[in-house]
Design a protein. Structure first.
Length: 300
């Protein structure tokens, strides 16, 4: 019976976290300065609160100073932007993260584009995304990659599992600004031949079946079936979908965009949900981007 290799995002994230902690310590010993990440949250959405507290805790664990900015739901767009401008010039801040989604009265794109490009650790600034699409040679170090916490998390899991990308056929399911499109651009930069499947794609099944690498980010519970997968393919499942489960105390459980049980019988590698790219890896990439930003500034 074939059984796919499980890509353990949690374990890989832990390895990366230890390395970051060492680098932060070295940096502060050498220059007597520590990296700082401003984490801005607006309102009291439970999921956002829990992501933010996870990110702040992770900062503390590796020795990055977390500059906490907690704003009420009703802050105006102008006031939020003024806050961002202040953070842009704060010397001990090397990365700025604005937790999404923002309340309805705020134009997200406008706010994100006010973050200084050097401090855009999420890579949402339109200039950062544009640079990636332009195949720019000299991106702002690591910082110019869009939503690198997710996109780079996917690539990092592949490379750490010994899966080469160059020359391979990759299919990305989903084309959102936050996940699908940046991941497709990153794969293209890594020399994959990339096809993007979206809600208008005819016969997605036959397209997905050609892929050596599948990145699933459609937000559709267990949409990719075992029969859609090329034997031996590597699957990174970004999807995080809650489905009803009466056996759970919470009444639900999380599943990916790929039918995990079926996929295990066909794929070469697969990430579990939860415990794959979303969660552990995304936070690690964020810490890494903050560290890289700090290194550039502090060592100058
Ligand atoms: P969006 O809803 O913004 O985008 C979904 C994408 O999938 C769209 O491009 C859509 O196509 C495509 N799609 C939807 N249904 C189908 C289908 N049946 N067949 C093919 N393509 C389809 O979601 P996100 O990109 O934000 O998130 C994707 C997944 O990743 C979700 O499970 C989410 O929970 C998870 N995730 C999201 C994060 C985030 O910060 N946004 C963070 C971590 C995980 P079209 O463009 O045509 O509408």
């Amino acid at each position: 019976d074939h059984k796919a290799m499980i890509i353990d995002g949690k374990a890989i994230a832990q390895t990366i976290r230890s390395k970051i902690a060492v680098e932060v310590r070295n940096l502060s010993q050498k220059y007597d300065k520590v990296p700082g990440l401003a984490v801005v949250i607006m309102g009291s959405r439970k999921d956002s609160q829990s992501y933010v507290s996870m990110k702040r805790k992770a900062c503390a664990e590796v020795g990055i100073t977390s500059v906490d900015v907690d704003l009420p739901e009703n802050v105006s767009q102008d006031d939020l932007i003024a806050k961002v401008h202040k953070l842009n010039v704060k010397p001990d801040v090397h990365g700025i993260l604005v937790q999404l989604p923002l309340p309805r009265h705020i134009n997200e794109e406008k706010v994100l584009s006010e973050i200084s490009i050097e401090r855009d650790v999420d890579g949402f600034h339109s200039l950062n995304i544009g640079k990636l699409a332009m195949k720019a040679e000299n991106l702002y170090s690591f910082l110019a990659l869009p939503r690198q916490d997710i996109g780079n998390g996917c690539l990092e899991l592949l490379s750490r599992s010994g899966i080469s990308i160059t020359g391979k056929k990759a299919v990305v399911v989903g084309r959102s600004n936050i996940v699908g499109s940046p991941v497709a651009l990153l794969l293209l930069q890594a020399n994959a031949t990339v096809t993007v499947v979206h809600s208008h794609t005819l016969d997605p099944e036959s397209i997905i079946r050609q892929a050596c690498i599948i990145i699933a980010a459609a937000g559709q519970a267990m949409m990719v079936k075992g029969g859609w997968i090329k034997p031996g393919a590597a699957i990174i499942d970004v999807g995080t979908n809650a489905i009803d489960d009466s056996r759970k105390k919470s009444g639900y459980r999380l599943v990916g965009d790929v039918d995990f049980q079926e996929a295990c019988k066909v794929a070469g590698w697969i990430t579990p949900v939860p415990g794959g790219v979303v969660g552990p890896m995304t936070v690690e990439m964020l810490l890494k981007n903050t560290l890289d930003g700090a290194k550039r500034v502090i060592a100058k």
